[in-house]
Write a protein that binds this ligand. Structure first.
Ligand SMILES: [Zn+2]
Length: 237
């Protein structure tokens, strides 16, 4: 008998007659696809239980290619995510990014990081967590924005942002670049999130908006697969 493993379900699709194809992040292993035999039968106890954005402890026969789900019990269903459409949309976005890029990187973020993000997402802080997640990926792919001051002269007085230059701009330099203009609060929020570790995200308050998150979607869409349907949904809520 092998040991029980913790895993978080990222995605679920119908497969063959009555099976489910489940993408999940297995602690200590990474993201993999597994078949849950019979899970789409109306009588299966896993039909409604084995759903995305839930954490389980169970047994998986990990194999190259498709793994095989055996049994599991629910560990965490993240009630704050279920209680808010925005929270659900952002959590689904994160899950989709991880699932869609798993072929290139099966551990884009650590299992613990994912678990912490899901724990932190609620209606008030969903966009902060979503932005923080994308900031992490930008850092990982070497395209993090410089948010300490003006990216050209390091002046602490910033008034604009340039994706081409890769960071904030001061009033003297904003006119020389194609710059994105926002108010000071917008930039403060961005800087706060960039300095926060996962457990400090809530301390940045709930002022993060879709423009903050969209900045990083734009920055990353040439580098990783962005689930645009999910992103569109977040913008429409
Ligand atoms: Zn400057």
């Amino acid at each position: 008998m092998n040991k029980a493993q913790n895993f978080i379900v990222l995605d679920r699709r119908a497969y063959k007659e009555s099976d489910a194809l489940i993408t999940c992040y297995v602690e200590g292993v990474g993201i993999l696809n597994m078949i849950a035999r019979g899970a789409n039968k109306p009588t299966s106890k896993y039909g409604s239980l084995l759903q995305p954005l839930r954490m389980f402890e169970g047994f998986i026969n990990v194999r190259p290619g498709l793994s095989l789900f055996k049994t599991a019990k629910l560990k965490n269903r993240y009630p704050d995510i279920e209680a808010s459409i925005l929270a659900l949309a952002v959590a689904s976005f994160i899950a989709k990014v991880l699932a869609n890029n798993a072929m290139d990187d099966a551990q884009m973020i650590s299992y613990d990081t994912l678990a912490s993000y899901l724990q932190s997402i609620d209606d008030q802080h969903a966009l902060s967590v979503g932005t923080h997640f994308l900031m992490r990926l930008a850092q990982k792919h070497g395209v993090a924005l410089y948010l300490e001051g003006c990216v050209i002269c390091k002046s602490k007085q910033v008034s604009a942002l340039s994706l081409i230059k890769g960071g904030f701009l001061c009033p003297a330099h904003e006119t020389m670049q194609p710059a994105i203009l926002h108010d000071v609060e917008f930039f403060k929020q961005l800087r706060c999130l960039s300095k926060a570790d996962i457990h400090q995200i809530h301390q940045c308050g709930s002022q993060t908006n879709r423009t903050h998150m969209g900045l990083y979607v734009g920055l990353l869409e040439q580098i990783i697969a962005i689930p645009h349907k999910n992103w569109k949904f977040i913008q429409q809520i």
